[in-house]
Structures are given as C-alpha cells and as structure tokens.
Design a protein around this ligand. Structure first.
Ligand SMILES: Cc1cc2nc3c(=O)[nH]c(=O)nc-3n(C[C@H](O)[C@H](O)[C@H](O)COP(=O)(O)O)c2cc1C
Length: 162
C-alpha cells in the first residue's frame, strides 16, 4: 500500500507534524513539501494525507491550488486532512478545518484533525510578526499529543490492507 503526506508549511511546524505522522503510518510513507516538490500526482497512492498551516483563516495558496488541481483524484482516494492552527477558539479552529480543503469534505475523509500549532516569533518574517503580535502577543506552541497523532493514523489505516 503506497502512502503519501503532502503538506504546505511556512515556518516548518506543519512539516514536523507530517514527520510525526509518518512515524505512525510507516517509514515507507512518502513526504512531500509542496514548496519543494512543486507538484505531486496523487494517482499512484492508496492513502493520501494533506496537511497545511492556516494564515488569515485559510490554508496556504499552494495547498488550495493543489486541491483544486487534483480534486477528482483525491476524492477517489482514502484521504486524511489536518491543519495546524493557532486560533484560541476551538470552534473557529474546527471551522477552519472544515473550510480548509474544500471541495474535499471532512465527511469524506478517513481522518481529520487540528494537530497543534507553533507561533515562534523569532522565526517569523516582519509582516507575519506584526500580524501575529496583534493576536498572540506572547507567541504560542502546542505540540499535538501522542494520542491525537495515534488516533489520526489509526483512523486512516483502519480497514486498509497492510
Ligand atoms: C501572521 C500569522 C497569521 C496566522 N493566522 C492564523 C489564522 O487565521 N488562524 C489560525 O488558526 N492560526 C493562524 N496562525 C497560526 C499558524 O497557523 C500556526 O502558527 C502554524 O502552526 C504555523 O505552521 P507553519 O510553521 O507550518 O506555517 C497565524 C500565524 C501567523 C504567524
């Protein structure tokens, strides 16, 4: 069974989460940073995970373009969706997740989750730092728990042949 995690990150946190998920999905799982890979045809994969951080309420443009391009192929796969998002309101984070990968639906996904966030001011560009200070003046990091990562991987793999 071929598995891929395709992600979009600005400062690296979503990539860290992708690596933690790969540890659970199997070391043969292929990891793709959209900014590096440019394009990843989902066709050869049986299981595809999409991950992106959220800025100003939306997943990153590279991920939006990716979903738009491969919407039909992705919808035919077993897929999982996660975001990394720092909004302090869990209902808002849930809304961000639901809207993130449209037209792929959370209902159609084998697993969905908001898997933590990291706002590390020392890493941010000037504009992002300015915006982030207005919302999270202290900065903020929440690693996803082992349970959250395990549950996501279990849901994704349950019922699939090994
Ligand atoms: C300028 C800026 C804007 C952000 N906007 C949002 C937002 O609208 N909603 C949200 O939930 N998180 C927001 N975040 C938090 C990021 O999604 C979070 O820091 C994420 O972990 C970043 O991951 P990355 O390093 O993979 O890009 C924002 C962070 C920054 C720095």
């Amino acid at each position: 069974m071929r598995k891929a995690i395709v992600y979009a990150t600005r400062y690296g946190f979503t990539a860290e989460v992708a690596a933690a998920l790969r540890d659970r999905l199997g070391r043969d799982t292929e990891l793709f940073d959209l900014a590096v890979a440019g394009d990843v045809d989902p066709e050869p994969y049986d299981v595809v995970v999409l991950g992106s951080s959220v800025y100003m309420g939306r997943v990153q443009r590279a991920m939006r373009n990716y979903v738009e391009r491969y919407r039909t192929r992705l919808a035919a796969k077993r897929y999982g969706l996660y975001i990394c998002a720092a909004n302090p309101d869990p209902l808002v984070r849930e809304q961000e997740l639901r809207a993130a990968y449209f037209p792929l639906s959370c209902e159609g996904a084998a697993a969905t989750a908001v898997l933590g966030h990291a706002v590390r001011f020392e890493r941010l560009g000037l504009v992002d730092r300015f915006v982030a200070r207005a919302v999270l003046p202290e900065g903020s990091v929440r690693e996803p728990s082992e349970e959250e990562l395990d549950r996501f991987a279990e849901r994704l793999l349950s019922g699939t042949p090994s």
